[in-house]
Design a protein around this ligand. Structure first.
Ligand SMILES: C[S@@+](CC[C@H](N)C(=O)[O-])C[C@H]1O[C@@H](n2cnc3c(N)ncnc32)[C@H](O)[C@@H]1O
Length: 283
């Protein structure tokens, strides 16, 4: 194949993504900066199909509608790390989780149910588990933490269940937490089982109805509100709203916001990417 993959501004590739992404209900704007990862995967796919260039792949997609499903899986951005957006974890420890734990207590000591949607290879749900275990669990001895962690990528889930990471995934984690939660093993850092115990990993596509209801906290970060088109964001937001308990909290990525016109949520005044589900008005 003569066509080379240079993950840059090759107009053929840009034209391809601008054509293909909307058909998957995804936004070019979300992928623009990170498209290298996707472009490499699509290039490999082209090679395996012995297609010369993105234009040929476009024709192939037109002739083989089943290929769209494969392209969809190639378009997943999988970048994550522990303690991503430090400010969020500070807020979770100081305000959000204590408030939600109080709510759960008032709900007859219900378990504190959290959903991490698009959980990567476990960095996000395990960060919450570490935070809870090391900083809050003692204050709420009667509150059980349950974190449902879902992703549509099986490889990510396999890595998550293994819970061993390179140092680069842990570099934002406070060193005391890192030392308390991980043991070094053959160059990797493996999470101790006590921090894995509250987290349940399940395969699930964020574009389908949520896997649980009456949730206290949903983390839906760096997925829906970056990569999906506005209509799909609105549809998913309605599903997330229904899955939260009133007073429950929805956290987006720190560069994301809910689409304009969404009702039923109130943003935390200084954090436009963290929302509380409104309680029904008393009649
Ligand atoms: C950019 S990572 C974000 C991980 C984590 N939430 C964070 O903010 O660090 C996006 C994750 O969503 C997963 N993903 C992509 N499409 C998905 C979908 N439709 N449903 C569920 N997970 C999806 C990817 O496999 C990946 O693990």
């Amino acid at each position: 194949m003569s066509h080379n993959v240079s993950v840059t501004d090759d107009p053929q590739w840009i034209a391809f993504f601008k054509w293909a992404l909307p058909q998957l209900r995804m936004r070019w704007a979300g992928f623009r900066k990170v498209r290298g990862q996707v472009q490499k995967r699509v290039y490999k796919r082209l090679q395996s199909l012995e297609l010369a260039d993105p234009g040929a792949y476009r024709d192939y997609l037109r002739q083989h509608p089943g290929e769209w499903r494969i392209l969809d899986t190639l378009c997943r951005i999988t970048i994550s790390r522990f303690y991503r957006d430090q400010g969020l974890y500070t807020l979770l420890a100081g305000q959000l989780l204590p408030d939600l734990a109080e709510l759960a207590k008032r709900d007859k000591h219900a378990p504190l149910r959290i959903w991490s949607a698009g959980c990567g290879s476990g960095e996000e749900p395990y960060s919450v588990s570490i935070l809870w275990t090391l900083q809050l669990r003692q204050r709420y001895p009667d509150t059980e933490l349950i974190i449902l962690a879902t992703d549509t990528d099986r490889n990510q889930l396999t890595r998550a269940r293994k819970a061993c990471y390179p140092f680069s995934s842990l570099k934002d984690l406070p060193p005391v937490w890192r030392d308390a939660a991980f043991a070094e093993s053959a160059g990797d850092y493996c999470l101790q089982t006590t921090f894995m115990q509250p987290v349940l990993f399940v395969e699930h596509d964020a574009r389908t109805p949520p896997p649980a209801t009456s949730l206290y906290l949903i983390l839906c970060r760096n997925l829906v509100y970056t990569y999906y088109e506005l209509d799909l964001q609105q549809e998913i937001t309605a599903l997330l709203h229904a899955a939260l308990r009133p007073g429950g909290v929805l956290v987006l990525g720190s560069h994301e916001t809910l689409p304009a016109g969404i009702t039923g949520f109130t943003p935390l005044s200084d954090k436009r990417w963290i929302y509380k589900k409104n309680s029904p008005r008393p009649r």
